[in-house]
Design a protein around this ligand. Structure first.
Ligand code: HEC
Ligand code: HEC
Length: 307
């Protein structure tokens, strides 16, 4: 009897790990999808570089001016799961991504999969970048190719069991990696569609402004409604049009604040938003206006934390 039971248990364990294996397989782009990628244009890619905030994490901590273009990595990201370090993203062959093909870059950005076929942690906001168009990814790749090499080696993350097992992220991605838009908007409104694209895609505003559940998945019902900060202290404000968020700001005021760094009350943006704003200042007036219109259009949700 005992023997029979242990055989059954063993069988379940084998089936269980086979299911785990299949469910957590990396979902790479197929060669035909990659072959359809357009050629990148480095000038256009610069806009995506700032919209995407790549330098905020991948340049050295505290870098300003041209030093932001040296993507040596090292910025530390504290989360409830441990501390992540943004890796070297420079053109160095050994320590950076100088040797990567466009296909490898696209799989990282849109599927969260490394050239070795491992899952990336969503501390790298690919759950937003997955919504980027192939053209914008190709342009961004072309732009990053023009940036300098740096030989700094990437720091290993500091995360404990079970989160240190990358394979398990495959299950998480089944739940939360989705390239479909979050908010339905009228297709005919080009400004709104552009604003949605920037906010939900490259600019990844939701990565900070949408609260997360216990396993780090975004709480879509509270899309952009703010919540506790990931690093465990302080909170992130609501940027929906609810009275507890940006209800009192006009679309022009929102667009203006992203350009100048001053809120309508002449406060300046603090903490990580100061850096986001510097990036937003590099976009066009049209793009900032589109972001503002989207924020004023999406469902107004009450804050779960006090601003
Ligand atoms: C919020 C911080 C953050 C931002 C913003 C960010 N990244 Fe990253 N990125 C990370 C982290 C953390 C990792 C490591 C993920 C891992 O090890 O699983 C990473 C990994 C990567 C990798 C894989 C590198 C490797 O050596 O395997 C690529 C490629 C990448 N990021 C590109 C970008 C690009 C392009 C942008 C801008 C559009 C960007 N990242 C913006 C945090 C960030
Ligand atoms: C890296 C995290 C992060 C990202 C990404 C981010 N924000 Fe913020 N944002 C913050 C923090 C933190 C604050 C609070 C700043 C402060 O305390 O001054 C903030 C504040 C704001 C405010 C001011 C709200 C108020 O009530 O004063 C606006 C508007 C805003 N963000 C818009 C955006 C938009 C639009 C995006 C996407 C383009 C974005 N943020 C992306 C972290 C982020």
């Amino acid at each position: 009897m005992i023997k029979k039971l242990s055989i059954v248990a063993l069988l379940f364990a084998v089936i269980g790990s086979a299911v785990f294996w299949v469910l957590t397989l990396p979902n790479n782009m197929q060669p035909n999808e990659l072959a359809a990628f357009p050629d990148g244009d480095a000038d256009a890619g610069e806009t995506m570089f700032w919209a995407g905030g790549c330098a905020s994490c991948h340049a050295a901590k505290g870098a300003t001016g041209d030093a932001k273009l040296v993507l040596s990595g090292g910025v530390e990201l504290k989360t409830p799961f441990g501390t992540f370090y943004a890796p070297n993203l420079s053109q160095d062959q050994q320590n950076g991504i100088g040797g990567w093909s466009l296909g490898q870059f696209a799989n990282a950005m849109k599927r969260g999969v490394s050239p070795q076929g491992e899952h990336y942690y969503p501390a790298f906001p690919y759950t937003s970048y997955t919504r980027m168009t192939d053209k914008d990814v190709a342009d961004l790749y072309a732009y990053i190719k023009t940036l300098p090499k740096d030989a700094t080696s990437s720091k290993p993350h500091e995360i404990g069991f079970p989160f240190n097992i990358r394979r398990g992220l495959g299950l998480w991605k089944k739940l939360y990696l989705d390239s479909a838009p979050v908010i339905a908007v009228e297709d005919g409104n080009a400004q709104l569609v552009r604003g949605r694209y920037l906010v939900e895609g490259p600019a990844h505003c939701g990565a900070c402004h949408t609260p997360r559940n216990l396993i780090g998945g975004p709480d879509i019902k509270k899309w952009l409604a703010g919540g506790p900060a990931a690093e465990g202290t302080g909170s992130i404000p609501n940027i929906t049009a609810h009275a507890s968020g940006l209800g009192g700001w006009s679309a022009e005021e929102i667009a203006d604040s992203l350009k100048t760094g001053f809120t309508p009350e002449f406060d300046s943006f603090g903490s990580s938003m100061a850096d986001v704003q510097e990036n937003m200042a590099k976009l066009s007036d049209e793009d900032r206006a589109a972001i503002a219109v989207y924020l004023k259009t999406i469902p107004a949700v009450e804050s779960s934390v006090k601003n």
